[in-house]
Design a binder for this molecule. Sequence first.
Ligand code: AMP
Ligand code: ZN
Length: 473
Amino acid sequence: MLNIYNTLKRKKEEFVPLDKSNVKMYVCGPTVYDYFHLGNARSFIMSDIIRRYIEYKGYDVTFVMNLTDVDDRIINKANAEGKTSDEIAEFYSKAFFEDIDKLRVKRASVNPKATAHMSEIIALISKLEEKGFAYNVEGNVFYDVVKFKGYGKLSGKNILDLESGARVEINESKKNPLDFSLWKRAKTGEPYWESPWGNGRPGWHIECSAMSCKHLGESFDIHAGGNDLIFPHHENEIAQSEAVTGKPFAKYWMHFGFLNIDNEKMSKSLGNFFTTREVLKNYSAGVIRLFFSQTHYAGPLNYSDSLLDASKKGLEKVENLIYRINDLNKNSNSTNNIVFDFAPFYKGFEEAMDDDFNTSKASAVIFDFVKEANRLLDINSNISNDLVEQLKGFLEKTAQDVLGIIDLNQKVETHSNKVLEEKLIKLLIDLRIQAKKEKNFALSDKIRDELKELSITLQDSKDGTTYKISEVH
Ligand code: AMP
Ligand code: ZN
């Protein structure tokens, strides 16, 4: 039984999807004005793991992650670089997909873009206006928060608390400081669309209400995003959607803790960030995913190289077991009666994940499994192919398919292949030295050139010859 901590109810609840045959999940995606940082990556990866585990439980998941492609930050960047907002959004959307693919985040069922949903957005604002939840001040349309009875139910505050503590946009035309923009009148130099209120562009919150409704329906199962989105973004999404439909919007609200640096949220505006691209140069997707998995998604997590290094060491243990198993696979055609009890590992993994996606406990179960499997291989040199497949199967279902920390389909060289490769290259290097000594330059050049063809470059220096293998694409 899967339990999820629901921000809306402030407690863990049993997960019962609205439609058993298809779980519907919406995650607030990036504003495409720059490369995303590792804090954003935490939210993307944890929502991916949640989706993957729900799939592991046997459900089909319709997973929607929007792209905000009209926003002040995009407009500012476009102006600074002498480009159009569209050019900026397109460039960074492409970069976003490249980076999430590298992180092994599964592609969403749909990645709707705000600019492609203008008619839905305008229709939604019109309905809010008709129902008396919105007011127009000279082409700027605002949501009238006091009209919505449940305002504050997600963040657990009443309107008066929110008014005193809120950092909300100051605008003389608003009736209440908490009222927020649904439609913004066009300013010179900004992209705009035609609407019943004149030319302008939508506010950020209405985009998510319109796109989630279009792709998942008026009510759906899970809505997720970083902690920073609880108020005002998600609070406002609820106010907009429920005011129009009169139905509950998302059933379970999930929020990810921040990735911090020195206990401060990693963010573009504070300047204390690393882009995911930069981090991927030093750490693999598997290491980054394990680093995030080792802390529960809801808690804070401090970035540090030493924690990433520790995850790297941890991941090597899992990878070394895969090398070991792959080596075995080739030699073994025995059928023996060695038994390995997989049940406690599957049970441990599922119990951890069923408890509000406790990936930290789940990864500990994988490490226990690695230890036990190594012990088994230490004492038995002859393992049946069947058992080999079962050992791999556990890693495939848990470490690969759910946590995504390994990829068994990636060409993994076995230890013996690597050792053999090194020995053969060294042998050729020795033969080339011998040929040179005998002044057989035709042969020594042939060895160098043909190795080069195989992407193996020899480098001569006074200390001898070394080699470098470049990646073949
Ligand atoms: P943005 O592109 O700023 O709209 O953010 C995209 C997603 O990343 C949202 O779900 C944010 O809540 C989330 N996010 C932003 N900063 C962090 C952080 N430091 N740690 C975790 N999630 C974050
Ligand atoms: Zn959103």
